[in-house]
Design a protein around this ligand. Structure first.
Ligand SMILES: [Zn+2]
Length: 313
């Protein structure tokens, strides 16, 4: 389901990989990790003036048309003041401004806040998370962002169209086949119901795909506890590898009309917050649209197998 081309250079080898279903490609050079540009994180973020801290979040954040915000446990959900989708909501996950270890309950409550807010509109929904400023989060205070649009995001479109061709050619669902195949490889991490896999053609560093047995936001509700535990295990895995910042997106279909659509989660590790504004995105990611990957998906799978007893949630 993907192609690998090994390239021999003057200084070692690298791989060009291409996902044959989505057409997305990347380059992997595991040698580059030896440059050790990612250092221990700077995790001191001032809460001065933070609109998501207790005392502020209940007063300065916007409200839904009924004049209310959605509250689940300690999470608070409201419309985004500066939307970049037709429907764009924010869920502040915790009362704490800086969190080093989330509890499953905190993540579950925040996801339910997102689901409730996104079900207020029809369309292609997604639940997203930029964690820590080096991942693109403009506020350090942990928060999720939900989007609903009438058209699917580019990545979902590629999976849907590639999946349609796959069904025509092979007569089976792309996702079902993908999970069956990947479970037999060293990229398989864990899970039977929600299947977590180190992505063979990562869109970002240490990408993990979670494939869920559902399609819509309504159906996701029942899977939230299992999903939250899986996600926290992966956040622990990243931390065991020395990386704290990440991006996450979970994609949903508007309805069950497309029988092959599967909700999927993409999680990538980002460079740790650092004092020199060093970035992990360069001309390769931003202009060539071909991510440069330092951790091979197979190494990520092997690292998980070695560490899994220490990562139980
Ligand atoms: Zn705060």
């Amino acid at each position: 389901m993907f192609s690998v081309e090994e390239i021999i250079t003057l200084n070692g080898t690298l791989e060009y990989r291409k996902d044959l279903v989505t057409g997305l490609s990347c380059r992997i050079n595991a040698e580059r990790i030896k440059r050790r540009i990612d250092q221990a994180p700077t995790l001191v973020f001032s809460s001065d003036g933070c609109p998501f801290c207790p005392g502020q979040v209940e007063t300065v954040t916007p409200v839904f048309p009924e004049g209310t915000r959605i509250v689940h446990g300690e999470s608070v959900t409201f419309p985004n003041l500066f939307p970049f989708a037709r429907w764009h909501t924010v869920t502040v996950i915790t009362r704490e401004h800086v969190v080093e270890r989330f509890t499953p309950g905190q993540i579950e409550d925040a996801l339910h806040g997102q689901i409730d807010s996104l079900l207020l509109r029809e369309g292609y929904g997604s639940i997203n998370w930029n964690f820590l400023p080096s991942s693109g989060a403009s506020l350090a205070h942990p928060h999720l962002q939900g989007l609903v649009d009438t058209r699917p995001p580019e990545r979902v479109l590629r999976v849907m169209e590639g999946g349609k061709h796959f069904r025509q050619k092979h007569g089976v669902s792309y996702w079902t086949h993908f999970c069956e195949e990947e479970k037999e490889t060293e990229r398989y991490l864990f899970g039977d119901n929600i299947v977590w896999i180190a992505h063979a053609v990562p869109v970002g560093e240490k990408e993990v795909l979670g494939v869920l047995p559902c399609a819509t936001l309504e159906e996701f509700g029942d899977l939230v506890p299992e999903f939250a535990r899986g996600l926290l295990t992966l956040i622990d895995l990243y931390q065991a590898m020395g990386t704290y910042a990440f991006n996450m997106a979970v994609f949903f279909a508007p309805s069950r009309r497309d029988r092959d659509f599967r909700t999927f989660c993409s999680l990538i590790a980002r460079i740790n917050p650092n004092s020199t504004s060093l970035s992990d995105s360069s001309f390769m990611e931003r202009l060539h649209l071909e991510p440069l990957i330092l951790t091979s998906p197979e190494d990520l799978g092997r690292f998980y197998q070695r560490e899994k007893e220490n990562l139980k949630r």
